[in-house]
Unconditional design. Structure first.
Length: 90
């Protein structure tokens, strides 16, 4: 178990009081602890996505092995796709 340390922080009271009053958390401390855990999990998920999905694709773009297109071509394809959805064409 990690050691506990007391911090003095200022927060908008309505943000904290609402959650505690609704019974979602027993104490303000529990709320803040859960919020920090959620941030840590989100950061870990972001790191994984960057490492496993973004970085390999960036490397392919750099070495020329990934299909790329200009912004103009991207918009053109998007317009065609949206037009087909509106008209029901495939």
């Amino acid at each position: 178990m990690s050691t506990r340390r007391s911090f003095n922080i200022s927060l908008p009271s309505d943000l904290v009081e609402q959650k505690v009053a609704a019974g979602e958390y027993a104490t303000e401390s529990e709320l803040i602890t859960d919020g920090l855990r959620t941030l840590i999990e989100r950061d870990a998920e972001l790191d994984t996505w960057l490492r496993e999905d973004v970085l390999p694709l960036a490397r392919k773009v750099e070495d020329g092995s990934a299909e790329t297109m200009t912004a103009e071509e991207t918009w053109k394809r998007l317009r065609v796709h949206m037009d087909r959805r509106v008209t029901g064409a495939k």
